[in-house]
Every structure is written in C-alpha cells, then in structure tokens.
Design a binder for this molecule. Structure first.
Ligand code: HEC
Ligand code: HEC
Length: 315
C-alpha cells in the first residue's frame, strides 16, 4: 500500500496508522483482559462440573486424565482414553462442538458411536452451559502423550456399528427436564445425580455394552470397579440405606461418616474427596434430598455376591 503513496503521504499515512494502531492495541489489551476474566470464571465453573460429574474417577491414570483403570464388565474391559488437550493422543484438536456432540449424542468427531460405558446416557442431560464450561476447563489441563489403550472386547462387541443398533429406544439425547411438582432443591439433586450421573457409575450394575441397568439404578453390584462389591444405596430398609435420614446422608457426603460411626473406605472415600466434598452445601444437600426420595430396591448383595453371580437378582 505504501508504494502507491508518495514519500510525504507515506509518512503521514504511517503516522496515522501508528496512532490507530496504538488505539487498537489499547482496545485489544482491554478486551483480552475482559475475556481472560470471563474465561477464568468459565474455567472455574467447568472445574466444578468436572468434579461433580466425577470425570476423574474413570479418566485418571498415572497422570490426571491420561486414561484410567479399566471398567471391567461381564462383556469385557473398557479403557477410558486420554482426554488431556494433547493434540495427537488426547482431545487437543477438538472444538467445543466436538465435546458437546460426544456428551450429548455419544458420537466422536468422525461420527462413530461411543460405548455407553462412557456415561453419555447420563451426560446427555447436562445443560449446554455446563458442557461449555467443561470444555473450557478441560483445555486448561496439562497435556499427556500417553497412548490410550484399546478396549478388550470379544467380537462382535468390538464392532462400534453394533452400538448404532443399541441406541434406539435405550438412549434419548437431550437436556434434563425439570419436574415442576418437586422443589427446586430436589430438581437440582436430580440433575446432580442423573445428568452428572456420578453415583450410578459404581452403584448400578452394568448390562450389555457396559450400560448401567435402569431397573437396578443404585441397587448395588457384586462386580463394581476393581471387582469390588458396591453397596445398595436405594432407601430399602433391609438391603439399602433406608434407615438413613436426609441429614445422615448429607453428613456422609460431607465427611464420609456413616450413621453407625464407621467411615467410608477405598473407592468411596476417593469419590467423597474428589467429588462430594467439593460440592456446595446446597448441592450436597440437594443430592441427599433426591437420593432419599428414590424408590427402594430390595437387593441383598451379602447373599447374592456370595452365592451367585450378578445376574441373579431378587426383586
Ligand atoms: C464410568 C467411567 C467414565 C466416566 C465417569 C467418564 N468417562 Fe469419559 N469415557 C469413558 C470410556 C470408557 C470412554 C471410551 C468410550 C469408547 O471408546 O467408546 C470415554 C470417552 C471419553 C471421551 C472421548 C475421547 C476420545 O478420544 O474419543 C471424552 C471426551 C470423555 N470421555 C470425556 C469425559 C468427561 C468430560 C467426563 C466427565 C463429565 C467423563 N468422560 C467421564 C469412561 C468414562
Ligand atoms: C468409584 C465408585 C463409586 C462411586 C462413583 C460412588 N460410590 Fe458410593 N460407594 C462405593 C463403594 C466401593 C462403597 C463401599 C465402600 C465402603 O464400604 O467403605 C460405597 C459406599 C457408599 C455409601 C455407604 C453405603 C453403606 O451402606 O454403607 C453411600 C451412602 C454411597 N456410597 C453413596 C454414594 C453417592 C451418593 C455417590 C454419588 C455422589 C457415590 N456413592 C458414588 C463406590 C462408589
């Protein structure tokens, strides 16, 4: 451009440019600062969703989020992949829309189906805003070059096309509805328990393709993570936590202390530390309010796990 303008014009032009440039830089500086502030808030919001949704309990490996311990099911072992922002081995190339599609639809960026062992049947109920925050947070995590492990599934379960046949009728994408007949706190608890879906990952037995069984929601299992028994936390008096008040459940989620004075151990203590104890008082209480309102399911694990496999189920 300067070539078509004469020497004096060029000087004038350059002078004007640098003034404009200076003003633009100032504006840019301000808006970058503004964006940074907004971003920090979003990232913090994402951290909260991430903790409440317990992403760590599956994706944590040797370093945070580089792929976790196997989810062992009667159908084979699923290995949660590297979800750090590494561009080759993680999700560093993903757009926000890619993450939204994964959580909402259970589809990868190429349109392939994910196994429901990745709890997208729960995460589909998340609000768009929570997904957006989650993306902002994930992209601030340290990268890891750890290679994700392939799942160990027998043929034909190893075929992802099979999932396309599983989805219709069993998987309904879309954000969680609000129940106007219930309190705001109950609805928040339902959102925390079902959309962020954390408790069912361990407390609900898994069926075909690693899907948590809806008819046994939170009723406990003999084949939880690491092959452990995970107790029935429905309010069944005999085999669940029917004897616990909302207050007692709230205390447990805040401290790990059971009504009998014993403390939770192992995996549950980990969940309490990384997730439940991080919740606001209001949210933790909401979770307790929701959980004690669930229909009780009679599932005697002491008896079942000792005598039979998980498939035998007493109604
Ligand atoms: C119960 C265990 C479990 C939890 C909890 C879990 N995931 Fe996963 N996730 C998986 C498994 C298993 C896969 C692999 C699915 C497949 O290969 O079809 C996966 C896959 C993914 C993928 C796809 C990665 C890729 O490279 O294609 C993303 C992204 C992801 N998870 C993010 C999350 C986020 C965010 C959370 C928390 C909101 C979360 N996951 C919680 C088990 C879990
Ligand atoms: C990573 C797996 C895992 C997740 C996720 C998980 N739990 Fe647990 N939970 C366990 C295990 C294992 C135990 C048994 C631990 C023990 O006996 O100390 C347990 C025990 C409990 C107990 C005590 C039950 C009893 O009879 O003593 C309660 C209540 C409970 N969990 C509630 C929850 C809630 C609510 C959530 C969701 C916020 C949740 N758990 C998520 C694995 C998990």
């Amino acid at each position: 451009m300067t070539t078509v303008v004469g020497p004096r014009g060029a000087v004038f032009y350059r002078g004007a440019l640098s003034a404009v440039h200076g003003a633009l830089m100032l504006l840019a500086g301000l808006s970058v600062h503004g964006e940074l502030l907004a971003d920090t808030e979003l990232v913090e919001q994402g951290r909260y969703v991430f903790q409440a949704a317990g992403c760590v309990s599956c994706h944590r490996g040797d370093s945070t989020l580089a792929g976790g311990r196997p989810i062992v099911t009667p159908f084979g072992a699923f290995y949660p992949p590297n979800i750090t922002p590494h561009r080759e081995r993680g999700i560093g190339r993903w757009s926000e829309e890619d993450l939204v599609r994964a959580l909402r639809m259970g589809l990868d960026p190429d349109g392939q189906h994910y196994y429901p062992a990745f709890p997208y049947p729960s995460y589909t109920r998340m609000t768009r805003q929570d997904m957006r925050a989650l993306y902002a947070f994930l992209m601030t995590r340290p990268e890891s070059a750890r290679q994700s492990r392939p799942h160990e599934l027998p043929w034909p379960l190893s075929l992802r096309t099979l999932i396309a046949h599983w989805k219709p009728g069993r998987f309904t994408p879309g954000a969680a509805p609000v129940d106007p007949a219930r309190s705001q706190q109950w609805n928040r608890g339902a959102y925390l328990a079902t959309a962020l879906g954390h408790c069912g990952e361990c407390h609900t037995p898994r069926g075909f393709l690693g899907t948590p069984r809806r008819d046994r929601y939170l009723a406990g299992t003999c084949t939880g993570p690491d092959g452990l028994w995970v107790p029935n936390i429905t309010p069944d008096d005999e085999t669940g936590i029917g004897g616990w008040s909302t207050e007692e459940l709230d205390t447990f989620l805040a401290t790990g202390r059971r009504p009998d004075g014993c403390y939770a151990s192992g995996l549950m203590m980990e969940v309490l530390g990384t997730s439940c104890m991080q919740l606001t008082d209001y949210d933790r209480r909401a979770l307790a309010v929701y959980l004690v309102s669930l229909p009780p399911i009679h599932n005697n694990l002491d008896y079942l796990c000792a005598a039979f496999g998980d498939d035998e189920f007493l109604e």
